[in-house]
Write a protein of this length. Structure first.
Length: 309
């Protein structure tokens, strides 16, 4: 059968929060079957657990932020900028994990999911005894906000298509649209290393709003009005739109299970991606939960362990 997965051993790293600029220690710990992904604020006394659920996303300004509870003391306990780590966990098929953090934001590391992939691969992935469960989309679901939209459709596998339109010379010179089918494409090779990006002219406004305090050329692609300022240039010819795919994978994994679906979007972001999950979950006829008793019965990306291809 297709089995659930966790990491083989505890692994740690340290970095700074992209928006808070605060130093944070991150520890990934194995978790039992059916635990799911659980963030743990170990800087609090007592520590507070924040389970991954689409409904726990409460702030989508420049990142996806999870909150421990809708009301009561837990409403103030948050963990921000979870999307890059969640993308790596989706890419490596991790179902169960404790994520201990010493601050209210996941470290940005190099601005992509690549550092998290390396961290997990350094200790390895362990299969568990319980069957892996998928959310299978049964009918199309779509959300819109002006000219922005995002859609989920039935698909026996996992495929994403994304289009961007920033009207910036450096971005316009690269690929504006990408379609990735993980039946034939490696997440690790083609998506994981795509970095977040931003514009110099926006930095002052973001920082005055308490955002981008930890951003730098070391953890983001930075542009002035005309060009990329990073000395090493881009990692992919279409790195900008691939990072949007990376974000979408992480945002979608906040539903709590891998998806069997085709996702497509135009100018979507964290807010619209979360709206799409909530729209899906609001309609019981739009999805179901499935497992596969034989690996060969599963969609090709999962049956072939595509994350390591």
């Amino acid at each position: 059968m297709m089995r659930q997965r966790t990491v083989k051993a505890l692994v740690k790293t340290t970095g700074v929060g992209l928006h808070s600029g605060q130093r944070v220690e991150l520890t990934l710990r194995p978790a039992a079957p059916d635990t799911g992904i659980v963030f743990r604020r170990v800087d609090l006394d007592p520590p507070v657990d924040i389970a991954v659920r689409a409904e726990r996303v409460t702030d989508t300004r420049m990142a996806s932020t999870l909150t421990a509870a809708d009301e009561g003391p837990g409403r103030e306990v948050r963990v921000a900028t979870v999307e890059h780590l969640m993308s790596a966990l989706a890419g490596l098929g991790i179902d169960n994990l404790y994520v201990d953090v010493t601050a209210a934001e996941i470290p940005i590391l190099d601005g992509s999911a690549g550092s998290f992939v390396f961290l997990i691969q350094s200790v390895g992935v362990a299969e568990q005894s319980a069957p892996k469960r998928f959310i299978r989309v049964k009918r199309p679901v779509e959300v819109r906000d002006g000219d922005k939209w995002a859609r989920l459709e039935p698909h026996f596998g996992f495929r994403l298509k994304f289009a961007i339109a920033f009207g910036h010379p450096a971005i316009d010179a690269t690929g504006q649209e990408v379609e990735i089918d993980f039946a034939t494409t490696s997440y690790v090779k083609e998506i994981a290393r795509a970095r977040t990006f931003g514009f110099m002219q926006d930095v002052e406004a973001l920082r005055s709003a308490g955002l981008a305090q930890g951003g730098s050329l070391e953890n983001a692609i930075v542009m002035d009005e005309y060009r990329v300022l990073n000395a090493d240039g881009l990692r992919y010819d279409d790195e900008f739109v691939k990072h949007k795919i990376l974000d979408a994978i992480g945002d979608l994994y906040l539903v709590g299970h891998p998806m069997l679906a085709a996702y497509s979007a135009h100018k979507s972001g964290h807010a619209l991606n979360n709206m799409l999950l909530r729209e899906l979950l609001a309609h019981a006829d739009a999805y179901d939960i499935v497992a596969f008793t034989e690996r060969r019965e599963a969609p090709r990306p999962f049956a072939l362990d595509w994350s390591y291809a």
